[in-house]
Ligand binder design. Structure first.
Ligand code: GLA
Length: 376
């Protein structure tokens, strides 16, 4: 009797052990971490996240970037739909922010100047007369720390960074934590958490370029867009907001109903001429769950964007010129990728009438953006 009990207990323990091993094998399979080089004295990793559907995304701690999103079309054929590079060497050469986290201030600050409590701060000018995307040494170019994703049941990548006081001209030591979760529903959930020890400004985003035909497979002019925004932010000739929030109604900026990217992009409308296409922040209505959708009718791929931020910069790859050769040796030509960069409006530190981008010591900035992929 006792022996039977002992045998069953042994069997139960063995089964539990096998299942635990299997579970940890599964956990390991979900996230693969490879060392691909060193940069600025730090290790650069490529993380491959596989969800239960067998779809994968790849990320790197260089700029906390998304570098690969492989999702099926309506016939199940998988293709990477975001811009990136195959080799470490081409990745670190510099690019227009492909897939990176952008900060401390995404988009432009006029003349690189802003004032906090009577103190004027000066930033490097890297975009004509303005400062763009946190400056030349912004967070896109930093080698972030790669943290352990913990016990999450879905594949995650966690990147952290310490941005020192006065880095690129911004006050305050800032701690930044970015968590990418790749759900079984093909959603990239990005959670940002930031704190500072001095009053500062913050506008953080992800700058992924998307082409739902597959990155490098032609232009994005046939992509059908919906942006749930009744107003947008007009800009001057240096792409700095004029201060106006203009109703989209009756303009080529009305994407409250579906329109392709290309339908009106060539119109003789002042804001399209200034932006060389769409390169504007849309003021999100924030009334429904989904804030923007992109549908590509040939593959049937659909991308939905969900954010808690007040705006989204819709950029149609107007400055791409084919000089960047990406995954598979494919050139990224003019308007072959589009960005939906969620965040605050450009130059908010100089526009008190815009939603505030101030962060104070003792406060924690938390924000979430989701890119969800499916087919229809
Ligand atoms: C943002 C800007 C664009 C351009 C790209 C990067 O989207 O608004 O004007 O600078 O980044 O090339």
């Amino acid at each position: 009797m006792k022996r039977t009990l002992l045998l069953s207990l042994t069997l139960i323990a063995a089964a539990a052990w096998f299942s635990a091993c299997n579970q940890s094998a599964k956990t390991k399979e979900m996230v693969k971490k490879e060392l691909i080089g060193t940069h600025k004295g730090k290790d650069v990793f490529l993380l491959t996240l596989t969800n239960k559907k067998g779809n994968i995304i790849k990320l790197t701690n260089f700029g906390a970037r998304i570098t690969w999103i492989e999702v099926p079309d309506r016939n199940g054929n998988k293709e990477n739909v975001t811009f990136g590079f195959d080799t470490f060497e081409s990745m670190i050469k510099g690019d227009p922010y492909f897939g990176s986290v952008v900060g401390r201030y995404a988009n432009r600050i006029a003349k690189g100047k802003f004032t906090l409590d009577g103190v004027e701060y000066s930033l490097a000018l890297n975009n004509g007369p303005n400062s763009l995307h946190g400056g030349p040494g912004g967070w896109h170019s930093a080698v972030w720390n790669t943290e352990d994703g913990g016990k999450s049941k879905v594949p995650t990548a966690v990147f952290t960074l310490k941005s020192p006081d006065m880095e690129e001209g911004y006050p305050g030591n800032m701690d930044i934590n970015v968590v990418y979760t790749w759900t079984d529903n093909n959603e990239i959930v990005i959670d940002y958490t930031c704190t500072t020890d001095k009053k500062t400004v913050l506008n953080i985003t992800n700058h992924a370029y998307f082409n739902l035909h597959g990155a490098g497979n032609g232009d994005i002019l046939d992509h059908q867009m919906v942006i749930k925004a009744s107003r947008f932010v007009p800009v001057d000739s240096t792409l700095i907001p004029t201060g106006e929030l203009r109703p989209v109604e009756g303009t080529p900026f009305d994407f409250t109903t579906p329109h392709t990217v290309g339908e009106r992009i060539g119109e003789n409308y002042e804001q399209l001429l200034l932006g060389k296409g769409y390169d504007h922040t849309f003021v999100l209505d924030n009334k429904e769950e989904v804030d923007a959708t992109v549908y590509e009718p040939v593959s049937g791929r659909l991308m939905e964007v969900i954010t808690d931020q007040p705006g989204v910069q819709f950029y149609t790859g107007n400055f791409l010129n084919g000089r960047m050769i990406g995954h598979g040796g494919k050139p990224y030509n003019h308007r072959t990728g589009l960005c939906l960069e969620t965040g605050h409006y450009p130059d908010s530190p100089n526009h008190p009438e815009f939603p505030s981008t101030l962060l104070n010591p003792g406060e924690t900035f938390k924000s979430q953006t989701i890119y969800r992929f499916s087919v229809k």
